[in-house]
Design a protein around this ligand. Structure first.
Ligand code: ADP
Ligand code: MG
Length: 706
């Protein structure tokens, strides 16, 4: 059984076990949650009270002191104290009713528009003052707000400084329902015992567990939110490091049960490739070989910047395993990436007649019948190089003689392996590949059980990517540039953070953006979209069409971030760059600059904040992922809401290895202290910790839904 060889650490899905029995209670038992709401929650992965308490907001709305009209900021949520002037009008456009009016203070006017709220015509009176709160737009010289929330003075004042949680939702579920349900879960669960010894908390000035869990949902203000987040981040890191320490103890120096020898195929492939391997690639390859041929099982991480050429190293390792008579598997975090590896390997196998490799693709997208067939081929040993997604590690898959496991884009899994197949008690070689260059000091803690090879050299002959960080008013220029590049035969990516309209105000979404671009660019330009809610087959079709050059401009969410290789793409444009961490921006940028042509990256910064501008400027200054990671570490300031920033990094839910690097370090030394006192976590005060460490938190993160 392959599955239990991996300890999976995740974000996103709860299924949390904590000491308290009330945590396990089904949410249906909560007053006010009926069957229908219960089902919707289930859809979001929430079954128990514990899950609900761990269903964290993805962001918060801050109720600010109302601004004057002249101080409004475009594209962000603002509150403004204005008086309704003139008349309130109502008109119809097709089946849409539109209510509009103007509101003003002594410094300016704002146009208000409401859709399908005809009743407002009678309730809003000229001359009345309200606090209007919503996203501000600017059309020509006019500020406008669509569907602002309206408050009376006395309603708004007590809210100032408060943060309101915003939860990830599903159709039919309102933010309010989640808020109410979480409140009820807190009441039902009651006071929670802390499970981290007080002396550790005191040393780091961390708040209690109960308080932190409540604070992450309903923070009184930004600083309380940060207190809550830090405490929960510490929990995550501590449990993570404890797992790691216990793992390492079990996994140290395991005998190599799959001895291999150098094979002619690899040397031949290296010599016949159209390029020469870089020095760094060669060094990493030597490391891999000495593991595979040596006395102990391989546990190695290949850390290389985007585009440094890690895939070919995976192929060489797989080739070695196959020619030595074993099976090898390569696991990618998304269907798209798995399919891409499969296609490119197939091509290389054919081109260089690597007849020892019998390759197969196994992903969730296969039909049941095809899946069964591939599973048969795997168990009977008809194939020896298996590429896939997490479908590779499901129970149904029985390998005949698997000797090598490779994970691509390791940071997206956050997978900790010890390479032990519990069912058979055999240890496979493990090779993890990551393009998140984590600063060495943190890597030693976070990847403590792996040897590390760094591929810190880009192939020669690549032109450095040209970068610009610009405001939204640069868009017309950017679209013209994109048009020119398409005319020159190149392809373009545009990244938007959201999938559909209305998910988050002031943030671009793939759906509307695609329509807008189709209207803006010349008709001959083929614009398509890609996002994680599409069916796997549809996603694959889009990616394949893009790789075939049938699509010129691909508007996508960050699903594209992971490893896609289309060397003909020369422009990357990232909307709302302010919402991404530097390392993630670097990953996104890494989708271009992979061929011989000059590539460009346009970062649109929609925030007017000075610190943000300074942070993004790093992207202008360097294309070196390791430098960027160091900067990320330095620059992350407090107050950056999680949820937005940390996606794409090592997969902690609230912890951010950069921002919270002090906690990462502290948790490492605390874990050592705890284990010194209590090596097996048997003392009663460590019982919950033990439970957490032993929980296979949930099974896997499906990043394809991002
Ligand atoms: P990553 O490290 O980001 O996974 P890939 O393995 O996808 O990068 O490689 C990016 C591109 O660079 C591919 O098109 C690959 O064929 C090419 N490549 C790999 N190694 C070299 C090299 N030594 N010289 C030139 N091109 C290379
Ligand atoms: Mg890659």
């Amino acid at each position: 059984m392959f599955m239990s060889g991996f300890i999976l650490y995740l974000k996103g899905c709860g299924v949390f076990v904590l000491g308290k029995r009330e945590f396990q209670e089904n949410i249906i038992e909560l007053k006010g949650i009926g069957e229908k709401t219960g089902k919707l929650f289930n859809k979001l992965g929430v079954y128990t009270c514990g899950d609900l308490l761990y269903y964290f907001p993805r962001g918060y709305d801050l109720f600010e002191e109302p601004k004057r009209a002249c101080d409004l900021k475009v594209n962000v949520i603002c509150a403004c104290r204005l008086t309704v002037i003139g008349s309130v009008t109502r008109r119809h456009v097709r089946n849409l009713s539109i209510v509009a009016f103007e509101a003003a203070d002594e410094t300016g006017r704002v146009k208000m528009t409401f859709f399908n709220a005809p009743y407002l015509v009678n309730s809003i009176k000229s001359g009345t003052t309200y606090i209007f709160r919503g996203v501000v737009h600017k059309k020509g010289n006019f500020f406008s707000m669509d569907h602002p929330k309206m408050y009376k003075e006395e309603e708004y004042m007590p809210l100032i400084g408060h943060l309101q949680p915003r939860y990830p939702l599903t159709k039919g579920m309102s933010n309010n329902t989640v808020m109410k349900s979480v409140e009820k879960a807190f009441i039902s669960v009651g006071k929670m015992q802390d499970f981290i010894p007080e002396e550790y908390l005191d040393k780091l000035d961390l708040i209690g567990f109960s308080e932190a869990l409540h604070g992450i949902h309903f923070p009184e203000n930004a600083s309380k939110l940060e207190d809550a987040r830090r405490r929960l981040a510490y929990n995550e890191f501590l449990v993570f490091v404890l797992k790691l320490r216990l793992l390492k103890r079990a996994g140290e120096e395991v005998k190599n049960q799959y001895p291999m020898m150098e094979v002619a195929d690899t040397t031949r492939l290296i010599e016949s490739l159209p390029y020469r391997l870089t020095g760094a690639q060669m060094r990493a390859w030597e490391d891999i070989k000495s593991d595979l041929f040596g006395p102990y099982v391989m546990n190695r991480l290949i850390q290389g910047d985007v585009g440094s050429g890690k895939t070919v190293l995976a192929l060489l390792a797989l080739l070695t395993a196959a020619a030595n008579g074993y099976q090898g598997a390569l696991m990618a975090p998304t269907e798209v990436l798995a399919a891409q590896h499969y296609e490119s390997f197939k091509e290389i196998i054919k081109k260089y007649k690597l007849n020892n490799l019998k390759i197969a693709l196994l992903t969730g997208a296969l039909s049941a019948k095809d899946k069964k067939e591939v599973q048969r081929q795997i168990s009977e040993g008809e194939v020896n190089c298996i590429i896939g997604t997490n479908a590779l590690i499901q129970d149904k898959v029985n390998y005949k003689n698997l000797a090598l496991v490779i994970t691509d884009e390791q940071h997206r899994f956050g997978v900790r392996q010890r390479g032990t197949f519990a069912g058979k008690g055999e240890s496979t070689h493990v090779l993890a590949m990551s393009a998140t260059p984590i600063p060495r000091t943190l890597a030693i803690i976070l990847y403590g059980d792996l040897s590390i090879s760094v591929v810190d050299e880009l192939p020669v002959g690549r032109l450095p990517i040209k970068n610009c960080v610009v405001g939204p008013n640069y868009r017309p220029t950017a679209y013209k540039f994109i048009g020119d590049q398409v005319n020159a035969g190149h392809q373009v990516y545009v990244i938007c953070p959201m999938i559909e309209e209305g998910e988050l105000d002031g943030v671009e979404n793939v759906t509307s953006y695609t329509q807008m671009l189709r209207a803006t660019l010349s008709e001959s330009v083929n614009v398509e979209m890609l996002h994680g809610k599409m069916k796997p087959a549809q996603k694959d079709a889009i990616m394949e069409a893009f790789a075939r050059r049938d699509i010129d401009v691909l508007v996508s969410t960050t699903v594209i971030e992971v490893g896609i290789n289309v060397p003909n793409a020369t422009v990357m444009m990232i909307e709302n760059s302010e919402r991404f961490g530097l390392s993630q921006l670097h990953q996104l940028r890494g989708r271009v600059g992979r061929g011989v042509d000059q590539s460009y990256c346009i970062f649109i910064n929609s925030s007017e904040d000075e610190d943000t501008a300074k942070r993004l400027d790093v992207m202008n200054k360097t294309n070196d992922g390791f430098k960027i990671a160091e900067e990320d570490l330095k620059q992350r300031g407090p107050g950056d809401l999680f949820g937005v920033r940390q996606s794409g990094e090592l997969c902690f839910r609230v912890g951010d290895i950069y921002h919270d690097s002090d906690l990462v370090r502290a948790s490492a030394s605390d874990a050592d202290m705890i284990l010194k006192l209590d090596p097996e976590l048997e003392l009663p005060q460590h019982s919950v910790l033990k439970e957490l460490v032993n929980t296979k938190s949930a099974d896997f993160v499906d990043f394809t839904t991002l």
